[in-house]
Each structure stands twice: as C-alpha cells, then as structure tokens.
Design a protein around this ligand. Structure first.
Ligand code: PLP
Length: 477
C-alpha cells in the first residue's frame, strides 16, 4: 500500500545531522555557537513538520520545500530569536505618558551618559575620594534631594514599594499602623497596601469608610499598640461626590500630640507644581515636606522622570533608623540607577529646564500645536501609502498621564487615526506590534490610533518604515 502524500513528505525532511554536514551550515557555525545552531535547526525542522502536517496544500509540496534555500531563512530566524535580547526598545504610540508596562519614564540624555560613564569603568560608588576611605552609596544623591525638597535627610532604595516596606518595617514592626479605608489601595503589579503591611510585620488598623474618614476616626483608633499614622496617595483613582479625607497637615498635628510619626506614601511624587503648567494640582514633594511629616516616599520613574527607584525623604531621626535596618541592604539601589537618578535630579536645579528637557515632563506639557505639527509631518509621509485600502486622518483625542498619577487629567492631543477599508484593524495592530522596533498603538472604534504625544520626533522615520512593512505584509495576505 502506498504512503499518503503527507507521510511521503514527512519522510523527506532531512535529519539534523544531514543539515549540520552541509557547507552552508559550516558557515553558520563559524559565526554562531554550535548549541545555538543545533537548536535553530531542530526548531526550523519542527516548523517544517508542522507545515506538512497541518497547513500546506498538498499541491504546493515540491522538493523546493526541503531545499536549503527554503530552510536556511527558517534557521536564520530561529538563530536571531536566540541571540537577540528579549528586552528591547519599543515605540509608544499609546499616548499613555508614564506607561508602566512600557517601562515608565524614558531617561534624559545626561542620565544615560552618566550611567554609561559610571558603569564602563570603576566608580566611587562606596568610596570617599576626599578621605581615601570607604564611603556610602547613599551619600551621592542625599544632598541634592535635601536641597530640592527642603527635607532634613534622604535615602534611596530600589523602588517605592520597597520604600514603603522599609518605612513600615522600621517604624511599626509588631505594632499598629492606622490607615484610612479610603486609602487601602492596589497599584498595578500586585502592590496592595494591606499585603505590604503584612509583609512588613506591621498590623493594619483601618479607620473610617471608603468615601469618608474624619480626624476623630484616627483619634479613636489610637491605643497602646499604635506606632504610626500612614497616609497613602490614592494615585490611580478618585472617590467623587460625598467624600472627606483628613489632610496630611491635620494628621501630622495629631501625630505630634501623641508622639507618633506620620509617613506619607506619595506615590508619584513631583518636584514641580504642575498646576503652573496647565495640569491638575498634585501636592508637590516640597509642600509635603513642609507639613512636618516624618517621612515621605515616592517613585523615581513616575512624575520625577528618572529611573526606577524609591525615594525616602524626611526627618533625620527616622531616616537614620531606616539606614541601619538590614532590609535596606536587601532593597539597595544599584549604581546604574543611582547615576541616572543623580543626573535627573541635577536637572531640577533649573525648574524650567527640567520641564523642557526631562522627557516625561516635556511630554506632559506638550501643547496641541506642537503635536499637530508632528502629526502633519507623519501624515505627509503616510499619504499615498496604499491609499485605496485605508484612510489616514489627523484628529483630536485625549492622552493619559498613566503611572497612577493625575487619574482624572485629560490631556488634549493629536492622533493619526488609520481606518483599514478591506482588512481588520486588529491585524494591523498586531503587525505593528510584532515589527522591529515594535510599535504599540491602540484601537478605538475600528480605527488604529497613533498618539503623537508619546512618539518622539526621531521616531517618525521608524514609524513610517514600520507602517510600510506592516502594510506590505498585510497586502501579501
Ligand atoms: C506607584 C505607587 C507605588 C509603587 O511604587 P513603585 O515605584 O512602582 O514600587 C506605591 N504607592 C503608590 C501610592 C504608588 O502610586
């Protein structure tokens, strides 16, 4: 009995050893490690097997399918997948400025230069150059942080979640921490105040209700077990309507009367009063410090526009305790981050420069006329590109701040909306996303939206090339 066409084809698949002995493979082996090449061949042949079993039309099976010309690109693609980094730059066309999934804040060039300079050689990370003896990594940014914020003392750790954990553990392990029910928040990525509290060894004492908490609620909860009053910035949501919260000022006053420290998890933490630049009012770090709070914590990569870090500012008596907690060693900031953070902070010595140059702040304050200009530039290059199969429109829309900051702020923006006429908008989105570099966009009402706010001018040619490639791919389908 003769074999089916499928079985015959499967038998024609060359073995890994056969492929390895080909002169073309010998060339591959000159460039790439053997284990990489062998794995790529196995995967490439596996794909061919799949194609034969499931996809290919029987009539299309010619010997060409088994030729090295057909197989080589499969192997090359599999090799590339192995040797290219998985973590890569992407183009953010979503309009979400502090996009946690896309790495939050892009760094300022001076921060990038600084981290390269410090990391390619040795550094004075924990060495005091003046004294010629051991120093501390924490001193490098302490002075600038105190100068910018007005705080007595400063400490930086790995991230803000770590900063909160450290504060709670140092000041309230085994004791009670009083928090308003309206502030028991969850930040994306499994950061929940009650869970962090548990891990810190502190005991949560909830007071008030979801929408209203009064100073008397805190007063009534104070007892022999109380160690700390915690305020948490409700970063990513707002309770609207019949609401009431106790101001930090009043909490600090209450803490003073009963000799408890107050810690404020500010979340985003901004050194600039954004209301001066047409944005919603957020309490600044300086205003928070002025209340006399014991310690305030915030992220380095949200509104500050720097690298991932947790910044703790406040009274020296408390910060000194944080510094000797063994947890600080486990949460310590690394030198690349420290370099990028220091350079970012130095930009704040000139507030106007910080607003103009720190990418996150610059993107937040871009007005629609600039965004329109960027959109027009892109539109000009797109017109004529397969214009029978889609329409391109430059139109008004809104972008978001993201990163749990200013959740109600609507930023008027300009977007390019692409409406495919004879293929699905989802396939266009997918093709852009799987391009190189990946272009991350959003879909709204059957249109693909490219928000001009979070795309850099330098990225316009990449965006054009990415769209061209995606469209070519869709055309061939
Ligand atoms: C973002 C945020 C955190 C977590 O900060 P990370 O830097 O992501 O660790 C904690 N608390 C609040 C209020 C936040 O907004």
């Amino acid at each position: 009995m003769s074999l089916s066409l499928r079985q015959q084809a499967l038998r024609k698949i060359p073995s890994v050893d056969e492929i390895l002995s080909r002169p073309e493979t010998v060339d591959l082996l000159k460039v790439h490690p053997r284990n990489v090449v062998v794995k790529a061949i196995r995967k490439g042949l596996g794909q061919l097997r799949e194609e034969i079993l499931h996809h290919k039309e029987l009539s299309q099976w010619g010997d060409a399918l088994f030729s090295f010309e057909h197989l080589y690109p499969l192997f090359q693609k599999e090799i590339d997948l192995q040797i290219q980094p998985r973590l890569r730059r992407v183009i953010n066309a979503t309009g979400v400025v502090i996009h946690t999934n896309l790495g939050r804040s892009p760094l300022h060039p001076s921060a990038i230069e600084h981290l390269i300079d410090v990391s390619k050689s040795y550094s004075n990370l924990e060495y005091d150059i003046d004294l010629g003896e051991r120093g501390s990594r924490y001193t490098h940014v302490e002075e600038i942080l105190c100068r910018l914020s007005g705080a007595e003392s400063a400490l930086v750790v790995n991230n803000n979640a770590g900063a909160v954990l450290l504060a709670l553990n140092t000041l309230a392990e085994g004791k009670e921490v009083i928090v308003s029910r309206g502030e028991l928040i969850e930040i994306g990525g499994a950061f929940r105040i009650p869970d962090v509290m548990k891990r810190s060894g502190a005991i949560l004492r909830e007071v008030g209700t979801t929408n209203r908490t009064h100073i008397s609620d805190y007063q009534k909860a104070i007892g022999p077990q109380t160690a700390l009053l915690l305020k948490v910035h409700t970063s990513n949501f707002r309770v609207m309507g019949f609401t009431s919260e106790v101001s930090l000022q009043d909490l600090v006053q209450l803490g003073r009367e009963h000799h408890f420290p107050v810690v404020d998890d500010l979340g985003s933490g901004c050194l600039v009063d954004l209301s001066l630049y047409g944005l919603e009012k957020e309490p600044t770090v300086q205003e928070t410090i002025k209340t006399g709070v014991g310690a305030v914590t915030f992220s380095g990569d949200k509104l500050l526009g720097g690298p991932q870090a947790g910044i703790i500012l406040g009274k020296k008596t408390f910060l000194d305790l944080f510094k000797i907690n063994p947890l600080t060693r486990a949460l310590r900031i690394d030198k690349l981050t420290l370099a990028a953070l220091e350079s970012t902070l130095l930009l704040y010595l000139d507030e106007k420069r910080a607003m103009d140059e720190i990418p996150t702040l610059r993107m937040l304050s871009l007005d629609t006329s600039k965004l329109k200009r960027r959109g027009r530039r892109l539109l000009k290059k797109l017109q004529g590109m397969m214009n029978k199969r889609m329409t391109f429109t430059l139109k008004e829309d809104v972008s978001q701040v993201g990163g749990g900051a200013l959740p109600l702020q609507e930023l008027p923006t300009m977007v390019i909306a692409i409406k495919p006429l004879d293929f699905s908008v989802n396939s266009l989105e997918e093709n852009l996303r799987k391009g190189d570099p990946p272009i991350i966009s959003r879909i709204s009402k059957e249109e693909l939206i490219l928000d001009m706010r979070t795309v850099f001018d330098e990225e316009i040619p990449l965006l054009v090339a990415g769209l061209e490639k995606a469209l070519k791919h869709l055309q061939s389908q």
